[in-house]
Design a binder for this molecule. Structure first.
Ligand SMILES: Nc1ncnc2c1ncn2[C@@H]1O[C@H](COP(=O)(O)OP(=O)(O)O)[C@@H](O)[C@H]1O
Ligand SMILES: [Mg+2]
Length: 501
């Protein structure tokens, strides 16, 4: 086998960050090579360097054995490298054909030779299993098909080294299957495919070889048939995987939260959304709420937070909060990690320091009298970033620029900065990388030791069992079982959730 591309000892610094530190990757012809690592590990940066979008500070790039120095993507394209971007860069109001040839139009004299282009595209599409109608407008295509157009565009320019940066992030499972078939087709035709991902099950399905990067450096190169997903994950984070577990009991005498017969009637009549929910939660205790999604967990959270009207009563540290607004409850010390972080907890196009203010507009450190204390807010943002390991250049960074895991660590940190006596955590680690997941579990454990009470809602049964002192199962709006996590397996919990046990 021959080596299609080799990156040697690539280093790249940005102000305040070393994105790549001695990264080496060797990709053979006719293989799918995965590049894996946690968010922020430097995967996109090193691929942008290979594609001529960024210049390395040091290191070498060899294409087909020859050293290259790309000044821009055109140089890389000329060397046979193509990049399928994470965010598609197609012109919506042009046809598939026009998009594919844009920038590399085959000419016939001074005019564009559309017939030749169409013929070539149809042939390529058939050859690689990327069938598509060349005359349809791109705006009419779904995400999977747009990706296909991106791939064809790259192939049309003569690429034989293809870079895919997290191509599955935007796809539904059926589209993932189609993409993987296409990747296999490309491999069979002798292309070198570089596949960036942090979804390890996908990597093991499609890749021949895997390079693992951690904090900007290559830490391993392995054949995918020789490793398990867990081993890859441990290479990614650099230690044994954190396990969701709380040790011993930290439960105190004091009752932090008490619900009595809390119900929310359905707007349209019929069965209550939640029905006669009663439970008590002590300081230093975690109660896990298990249930198949849509069985009232979201409504329970809304009742506790004051986001919805309910009947029955809720007491917080011995006093009724039924008449209190959302903001009043928050001020009293009830914190929330909401389910949908991008919609409910962040202003994606604002800097972190402005996001620091969100939901915390009252009192210190944000407000000085009636004005926002910008200096103190920025300082507090910096503190949160340090304490909760939010990896981003600084408080001015836009929330949208952070990885999902770093966004979530920021949200958790912001909520914990008020030292709430009660934290309602709705799917706190859903969709975050294993490093961030472990960090968030750590935060919850430490706060529990200091007496914080936690209502934990999660679809991750191991997380529920590991982190909870007590489990309540919700089914059709009611609590149908109480289980001891120390004596419950995920299988048993799963069947309790469906009402089978
Ligand atoms: N243009 C840039 N300016 C400043 N910092 C950047 C830039 N691009 C990436 N970074 C930083 O470099 C690090 C690696 O980022 P990236 O290569 O995007 O990681 P990955 O793709 O593995 O998630 C991160 O800390 C990121 O914030
Ligand atoms: Mg990336």
């Amino acid at each position: 086998m021959s080596v299609a591309v080799e990156l040697r000892h690539i280093t790249k610094r940005f102000p305040g960050v070393i994105a790549n530190k001695d990264v080496s990757i060797k990709v053979e012809t006719g293989t799918v090579h995965a590049l894996v690592g946690e968010n922020g590990a430097g995967k996109s940066t090193v691929m942008k360097i290979l594609y001529g979008m960024q210049r390395p500070d040091s290191g070498e790039i060899l294409v087909n054995g020859k050293e290259v120095h790309f000044k821009n993507p055109n140089d890389a394209i000329d060397a046979g490298i193509g990049m399928v971007h994470q965010h598609f860069m197609l012109a919506d109001n042009f046809t598939v054909l026009e998009n594919i040839i844009l920038g590399s139009e085959p000419k016939h004299g001074a005019t564009i030779d559309f017939a030749a282009a169409r013929k070539k595209i149809v042939e390529m599409a058939a050859q690689y299993g990327l069938e598509i109608d060349p005359d349809v407008l791109v705006e009419e295509l779904g995400v999977g098909q747009r990706q296909r157009v991106e791939i064809l565009k790259v192939l049309f320019r003569g690429a034989n080294i293809l870079i895919f940066d997290e191509p599955t992030a935007v796809l539904v499972p059926q589209e993932v299957d189609d993409l993987f078939k296409a990747l296999e087709g490309l491999r069979a035709q002798g292309m070198a495919v570089i596949f960036i991902s942090h979804k390890l099950d996908e990597v093991l399905r499609v890749a021949d070889e895997v390079t693992v990067v951690r904090q900007g450096s290559t830490v391993a190169e392995v054949k995918s048939k020789d490793v398990t997903a867990r081993q890859l994950a441990e290479l990614m984070v650099g230690s044994e995987l954190p396990k969701p577990s709380t040790l011993g009991h930290t439960r105190r005498e004091e009752i932090t939260l008490a619900l009595k017969d809390v119900s929310i009637p359905a707007a349209t009549g019929g069965r209550n959304l939640i029905s006669n929910i009663s439970f008590e939660l002590h300081a230093g205790e975690v109660v896990g709420i298990a249930g198949v999604e849509g069985n009232g967990q979201a409504e329970l959270v809304e009742a506790i937070m004051g986001l919805r009207e309910y009947t029955g009563s809720i007491q917080f540290r011995g006093s009724s909060i039924d008449q209190l607004s959302v903001a009043d409850r928050h001020d009293l010390g009830i914190g929330l990690i909401p389910e949908d972080r991008q919609r409910q907890a962040l202003m994606m196009s604002s800097p972190l320091w402005e996001n620091r203010i969100l939901g915390h507009q009252r009192g210190k450190p944000i407000m000085r009298g009636f004005v926002i204390d910008k200096k103190a807010t920025i300082e507090s943002t910096r503190t949160i970033m340090q304490e909760f390991d939010v990896r981003a250049p600084g408080p001015d960074t836009l929330a949208a620029a952070l990885s999902g895991g770093n966004q979530q660590k920021f949200i958790v940190g912001r909520e914990m900065s008020k030292a709430p006596a009660l934290l309602v955590a709705s799917h706190p680690t859903r969709g975050v990388d294993v490093g961030a997941q472990g960090a968030i579990w750590d935060v919850l454990r430490k706060a529990r030791e200091k007496g914080m009470a936690v209502v934990l809602i999660s679809a991750d049964l191991e997380e529920l069992i590991g982190m909870s002192d007590r489990l309540l199962v919700m089914l059709r709006g009611a609590i149908t079982a109480e289980l001891d996590p120390a004596k419950t397996t995920p299988e048993q919990l799963g069947s309790a959730m469906t009402g089978a046990a």
